[in-house]
Design a protein around this ligand. Structure first.
Ligand SMILES: NC(=O)c1ccc[n+]([C@@H]2O[C@H](COP(=O)([O-])OP(=O)(O)OC[C@H]3O[C@@H](n4cnc5c(N)ncnc54)[C@H](O)[C@@H]3O)[C@@H](O)[C@H]2O)c1
Length: 678
């Protein structure tokens, strides 16, 4: 028989037996709202026992009531007492304890995800996306760090939804850390059970890079948004590959978490953006950060300013403090020509505060939401219908509208507007306006393999980042494609554009072989002592990392967008090829059971071992996605794979699809379809 004493004696890696001081909470740091509590009495007992699993028995009397109180007031047990005192940040790698570079590097990444300047709710371990957590509680945080302090290159740490299951023997060419988050058995794979599982302490909602420990602050979103608006200009306005958005007007809404990147991105593309935002505090945050250049609550003033900058061909980010519906109404009534039009209100949750109805201030919206939800819902519906009417009229006038992955069209459809659907009846065939991945990012970037590749200079030195920027620039041929030219300019101007928040990180939307070239160059620089170690990685929102039918895989039209096999293969393939840290998650930016997504982190320590891993893992991580897109008959995917088959003859080989004659297929289906139904 075992006792708590024998359990304690058996573990060499565990939390200390002394009670930590209760930390002080800094004023002004955003706190997570209470999470919904739906546990039964028995599940509540389980939740308490689960949290106490981390705690030596002599502290149970003291901590059990504290954990119960957290469950009562927060709907979750975060184990606040175990949060280290003060601010966390990704410190220079040498300041961490560790038996190998990877062990220390991964600690830098975790702490960066919890930095006050980066994390949405740092005390609740939420990095971004409302619920995307590094791990579930501070006991896990402490224990993960203890493991990372001792892990060697002969071991792998297994992390299941934030819980460090243990260290197991592996090899230097195997991952050091394997992470999964919120993967659920099919029959329980829904938000209700996810919520229960989180409250019981067995699931962590990792979003993408929050639970995959590769978030690098808002910089990642700026480059994605830059690419979206730039390529929208190319595709829809006929802008040449070597030109920018000079003289182009982009009108949109939202200066919140992700949407707040729009001003900076359009300005970097040298276009003019007017971004409507109802909440003055968010306008001021972006203004003070320099992410918008000016603000006004007059429609006339913002359009006049935009015209001035368009005429000069200069970039400008202008905030309109007010409702986007009023802004569009003004534009229509005054015959103002808008080139690119989008929306980034939080329409994935329109009735919970994500969308502010026309005709009320932000404060009135907050009050009505709390006091009269039924009227609020009606007002949201009215406003969305009007918003849609205005967009349609502006599109008729020549604007190109795209849905920014915020479920705007779905929200309009849910108000009863069936004409927004392609078949005029229901959403099964999609909506009349394209979404940003379906029309822009998918064909222009993901199908070629361009995606959110990133790196972190683990020394924490700005000079290392500068050196890597230059080295990356030298790896790019700006004359190959428009996308390469964009990347060249992006990385050339990155320092000037002041994109770093938190660790010294850079994002660069590279393709497969471009990523490999840069990775090998950086590892050589580490080897030569030119720079300190580097962590490579990417957002899961990439070519091959995510199966998500309404977002990342929305331009996959061979029926396989209902499958989640690519993300799993990407993850497994990265494990087999030895990436330092790999992650696989349920949910991501679209919600539980709506996507499977994964990512990686790769520590460059200058060794030849790392060169070998890069050679086999980097092309795979991206080309799995390009190969899938090619098999779905996506044109740019096919041409990229034809080129790849040539370049990598003898090592890699991708199956290409024969293209059926449309007339042949149509004729046969027309003649036989009704018989098939019999
Ligand atoms: N940027 C991206 O790369 C990206 C990618 C995928 C999805 N999205 C989606 O975009 C949406 C926005 O994301 P976020 O993180 O910025 O959310 P957020 O809630 O932080 O920001 C949305 C902002 O819109 C403002 N707003 C709401 N209604 C308004 C109205 N009628 N007029 C003017 N302003 C209004 C809100 O005050 C808020 O500041 C989400 O639905 C998200 O899923 C963004």
């Amino acid at each position: 028989m075992f006792t708590n004493q024998s359990i304690e004696q058996s573990m060499r890696i565990k939390l200390d037996a002394n009670l930590p001081e209760y930390p002080t909470f800094k004023e002004g740091i955003r706190r997570a709202p209470k999470r919904q509590f739906t546990l039964t009495k028995n599940q509540t007992r389980i939740a308490l026992k689960n949290a106490l699993r981390y705690i030596p028995e002599e502290l149970h009397e003291k901590l059990a009531p504290e954990f119960m109180e957290e469950l009562k007031t927060h709907g979750r047990i975060y184990g606040y007492r175990y949060r280290p005192e003060g601010a966390l940040s990704g410190k220079p790698i040498d300041e961490y304890k560790g038996a190998c570079t990877e062990g220390k590097a991964i600690q830098v990444m975790i702490d960066n995800n919890l930095d006050f300047d980066i994390a949405l709710y740092p005390y609740e371990l939420v990095t971004y996306g409302e619920t995307g957590q590094v791990c579930q509680n501070w006991m896990q945080y402490r224990l993960i760090k203890k493991y990372l302090e001792v892990i060697t290159q002969e071991q792998t740490l297994v992390v299941m939804s934030g819980h460090p299951l243990g260290l197991f023997k592996s090899s230097p060419e195997a991952p050091r850390v394997i992470i999964t988050n919120s993967l659920m058995v099919g029959m329980y794979d829904n938000p209700e059970w996810q919520n229960k599982a989180q409250a019981m302490g067995v699931a962590n909602y990792g979003q993408m890079t929050a639970g995959g420990w590769m978030y690098i602050g808002p910089q990642g979103i700026v480059h994605g948004t830059f690419n979206t608006v730039m390529n929208a200009g190319r595709l829809k306005l006929g802008i040449d590959d070597d030109k920018d958005l000079a003289g182009v007007l982009y009108v949109t809404s939202g200066l919140g978490g992700m949407s707040g990147a729009q001003g900076k991105a359009v300005k970097i593309a040298n276009g003019v953006g007017i971004i409507a935002e109802v909440d003055l505090s968010r306008v001021m945050t972006r203004y003070e950060q320099g992410w918008v250049d000016s603000y006004s609550d007059s429609c006339e003033a913002v359009f006049a300013e935009a015209e001035q900058y368009m005429a000069k061909g200069e970039g400008r980010a202008i905030a309109f403090h007010g409702n986007v519906v009023d802004l569009l109404d003004y534009a229509l009534k005054n015959n103002i020509k808008i080139d690119l039009l989008s929306d980034q209100t939080s329409c994935h949750v329109p009735y919970d505060g994500g969308y502010c109805p026309q005709g009320m201030s932000f404060a009135e919206r907050t009050a009505m939401l709390a006091n009269d939800k039924a009227t609020f819902v009606k007002r949201v519906d009215q406003s969305l219908k009007e918003h849609y009417r205005l967009i349609k009229a502006l599109v008729d006038g020549g604007a190109y509208f795209f849905d920014y992955g915020n479920a705007f069209m779905k929200a309009v459809y849910d108000t009863g507007v069936t004409e927004i659907t392609k078949n005029g009846v229901d959403e099964s065939d999609g909506f009349i306006f394209p979404s940003y991945v379906e029309d822009i990012m998918g064909p222009m970037l993901f199908d070629y393999g361009y995606g959110p590749f990133r790196w972190v200079c683990l020394s924490g030195k700005a000079e290392d980042l500068r050196k890597t920027d230059h080295a990356a620039m030298n790896c790019i041929d700006p004359n190959r494609r428009g996308q390469d030219r964009d990347n060249y300019v992006w990385v050339r101007d990155a320092e000037k554009n002041k994109l770093v928040v938190g660790t010294q990180a850079r994002i660069l939307y590279q393709d497969a072989l471009g990523r490999l070239k840069i990775a090998l160059k950086f590892n050589e620089m580490v080897r030569n002592g030119e720079i300190g170690p580097v962590m490579l990685g990417r957002d899961h929102h990439d070519t091959g990392g995510t199966d998500s039918p309404f977002r990342e895989t929305s331009n996959i039209k061979d029926g396989s967008n209902v499958m989640a096999e690519m993300a799993v293969h990407c993850f497994a393939g990265n494990a087999a090829r030895g990436m330092s840290m790999i992650a696989l998650h349920n949910g991501g930016g679209v919600g539980i059971s709506k996507s499977i997504n994964g990512g990686f982190g790769m520590v460059l320590d200058g060794s030849e071992r790392v060169d070998r891993i890069l050679q086999r893992a980097m092309p795979w991580d991206t080309m799995v996605g390009v190969a899938r897109r090619n098999w779905a008959r996506n044109e740019n995917g096919i041409s990229t794979c034809i080129e790849y088959n040539e370049l990598r003859a003898g090592s890699d080989h991708i199956t290409l699809p024969y293209i059926a004659d449309e007339k042949l297929v149509d004729g046969l289906v027309d003649a036989n379809y009704n018989d098939c139904l019999k």
